[in-house]
Design a protein around this ligand. Structure first.
Ligand code: HEC
Ligand code: HEC
Length: 428
C-alpha cells in the first residue's frame, strides 16, 4: 500500500482521535466558501464516477439518490464486483438521516431515555462506528481499493482537476494567488468537507414518510399498520422501540428509529461464505482473504480500549428503520434477504435456530454461526429474542405481518414507488 494512502487509512483506523490529517484552510482571513458552494460541489462529486480509479464507481452507484441514498436493484450489494477477492463484507446503508449520527462515545447517559443509566457504546459512522464525522467517513470509500480505489491524495486530486467542475472547485477553495488543486492534502480536505455539507442537506432528511404525516395528523394508518405499531412499542412483544425509537423526542424532533447503540444480534453468517473457523476464540489476524474470518464489528473498529474485548465483539450500530422497506439485504452483513425474514429473525432466532444458522459436521445446529464462541455470551437475549414463559416466540406469524406492514409506512414519499418494484421482485 503506498505510504500516503496507508497514512490516511492508518489515521482513520487509529481510533478515537481520528481526524483529518489536514483541516481545510480558509481562502483568506474570515473568507469561507458558502454552504451552497460546498453542497453543490459535494453533489457534483457524489455523482461523479471519474473520482474512482476504475472511472465507473461514484458514491451514487452504491448510494442511489432515488433509493433514499441506499443500494438499488443494480448495485451488486453488498458485494462490489465479480472478483471474489474484492467482495465487500458489509451491506450498503441508506445515507438518509445519517446526519443526526452523534460522535462515538463508549458510555452514553441520556437522561430522557435511560435516566442516567449507562447505555453503553453509541454513535459514529459505519456499521462499527469507526468514523466520527461524515468528513472522515468519505475518505474510506475514496481510498479503499475495493471501492473507489484512489492510491493517494495526489491521484485523487488529479482526477478532480480533470472534472468539469474543477474550475468551480478552484474558485471556491483556493487562497488568493494559489491553486488549491496543486495541494493534494488541501484538496482532499475540502472534498471531504463538501461531502459532509452535501449530506447535511434537506434531501437527506425529508421526514415525509406516511408515518411522519400520520404523526402530524395528516394521514391515516390502516388497522394492520396500527397493530404493527402497537407491537413495535409493546415491551412484552416487539420491544423494538427500545433500540429503534418511534416517538418524537421531547425536543419535538421526529423519531429517527435508531438510538445508535451497539448490540450483538448475531445475524447469521452469509450463506455464500465458507463456514467460519471452528476456533473458540476471537481470530487474531485480520485476513483479507474472502470469508477467512468473521466480521467482529465494534471490537475491531480501531477504538482504543475496545480491541478484541469479547464483550464488544459482534456488536454493530443499530441502523435507522426509516426506508427499510427499500432494502433487499438486511443486517451488517446483508445475510437476510427479505424484510419479513429480518423481522421473523427476532421472533424465532432462539426458538427455532435451525431456521437461521448452518450446521456442524455432526448435524447439530451451529447457533450464532457468524461469531466466535467466546463472544456468544454477549449476544443480546432480551425481548423480543427471549421466548415467552411458555417457550413460544414473542411474535406469531400475524404479528410479523403486522410489523412489516408498519415498517412499510416508514418509506419517504419520493421513494414509495420503488417499494412496489422490490415487493414485486421478491414475490417472483
Ligand atoms: C462500493 C459501494 C460504495 C461506494 C462507492 C460508496 N459507499 Fe458509502 N458505504 C458503503 C458501505 C458498504 C458502507 C458501510 C461501511 C461499513 O460499515 O464499514 C457505507 C457507508 C457510508 C456512510 C456511513 C453511513 C452511516 O450511517 O454510518 C457514509 C456517510 C457514506 N458511505 C458515504 C459515501 C460517500 C460520500 C461516498 C463517495 C465518496 C461513498 N459512500 C461511496 C458502500 C459504498
Ligand atoms: C436491543 C436492541 C434492538 C432491539 C430490541 C431491536 N433491534 Fe432491530 N436492530 C438492532 C441492531 C443492533 C441491528 C443491526 C444488527 C446487525 O446488523 O448486526 C438491527 C437491525 C434491524 C433490522 C435490519 C435493518 C437493516 O438496515 O439492515 C431490522 C429490519 C430491524 N432491526 C427491525 C427490528 C424490529 C422489527 C424489532 C422489534 C421486533 C427490533 N428490530 C428490535 C437493534 C435492535
Amino acid at each position: 500500500m503506498p505510504a500516503a494512502r496507508a497514512s490516511i487509512v492508518a489515521a482513520l483506523l487509529a481510533g478515537a482521535a481520528v481526524a483529518l490529517a489536514v483541516e481545510p484552510a480558509p481562502r483568506a482571513y474570515g473568507e469561507r466558501p458558502s454552504v451552497d458552494e460546498l453542497a453543490e460541489l459535494g453533489r457534483a462529486m457524489f455523482n461523479d464516477p471519474r473520482l474512482s480509479a476504475s472511472g465507473t464507481l461514484a458514491c451514487a452507484s452504491c448510494h442511489d439518490p432515488a433509493r433514499a441514498f441506499g443500494p438499488n436493484a443494480h448495485t451488486r450489494s453488498p458485494f462490489m464486483d465479480d472478483d471474489p477477492a474484492h467482495d465487500g463484507t458489509r451491506a450498503i446503508p441508506s445515507l438518509r438521516y445519517a446526519q443526526f449520527t452523534i460522535r462515538f462515545t463508549e458510555h452514553t447517559t441520556d437522561d430522557e431515555e435511560t435516566h442516567g443509566v449507562d447505555g453503553g457504546p453509541t454513535g459514529g459512522f459505519t456499521w462499527d462506528g469507526r468514523a466520527d464525522t461524515a468528513r472522515e467517513q468519505a475518505l474510506l470509500p475514496l481510498f479503499d481499493e475495493r471501492e473507489m480505489g484512489n492510491r493517494d491524495a495526489a491521484s485523487l486530486a488529479r482526477r478532480l482537476a480533470a472534472a468539469p467542475y474543477a474550475a468551480r472547485f478552484r474558485r471556491a477553495f483556493s487562497a488568493p494567488g494559489r491553486d488549491v488543486l496543486a495541494d493534494p492534502k488541501q484538496t482532499v480536505a475540502w472534498m471531504a468537507l463538501a461531502f459532509e455539507v452535501f449530506e447535511q442537506g434537506r434531501e437527506f432528511a425529508p421526514f415525509d414518510s406516511r408515518y411522519d404525516r400520520w404523526l402530524a395528523g395528516r394521514a391515516t394508518l390502516a388497522p394492520a399498520e396500527l397493530r404493527g405499531l402497537a407491537l413495535f412499542r409493546d415491551p412484552a412483544k416487539g420491544n423494538c422501540d427500545t433500540c429503534h425509537p418511534s416517538q418524537r423526542a421531547s425536543s419535538g424532533r421526529a423519531p429517527l428509529f435508531t438510538d445508535a447503540g451497539f448490540i450483538a444480534v448475531a445475524a447469521p453468517r452469509r450463506a455464500d461464505l465458507p463456514p467460519a473457523a471452528a476456533s473458540a476464540t476471537i481470530p487474531v489476524l485480520a485476513s483479507r482473504a474472502r470469508g477467512a474470518e468473521v466480521d467482529l464489528g465494534l471490537c475491531r473498529s480501531g477504538r482504543p480500549g475496545l480491541s478484541d474485548d469479547p464483550s464488544f465483539c459482534g456488536r454493530f450500530r443499530t441502523p435507522t428503520l426509516r426506508n427499510v422497506a427499500l432494502r433487499t439485504s438486511f443486517f451488517h452483513n446483508g445475510s437476510v434477504k427479505s424484510l419479513r425474514d429480518a423481522v421473523a429473525f427476532y421472533a424465532t432466532r432462539d426458538t427455532d435456530p435451525a431456521r437461521w444458522y448452518s450446521r456442524n459436521a455432526d448435524g447439530s445446529v451451529r447457533v450464532y454461526d457468524d461469531l466466535p464462541a467466546d463472544v456468544v455470551p454477549f449476544v443480546n437475549r432480551e425481548v423480543p429474542f427471549q421466548p415467552r414463559p411458555d417457550g413460544k416466540p414473542r411474535l406469531d406469524e400475524h404479528d410479523i405481518d403486522d410489523l412489516v406492514a408498519f415498517l412499510r409506512t416508514l418509506t419517504d414519499a419520493d421513494a414509495e414507488a420503488a417499494v412496489g418494484e422490490i415487493t414485486g421482485h421478491a414475490a417472483r
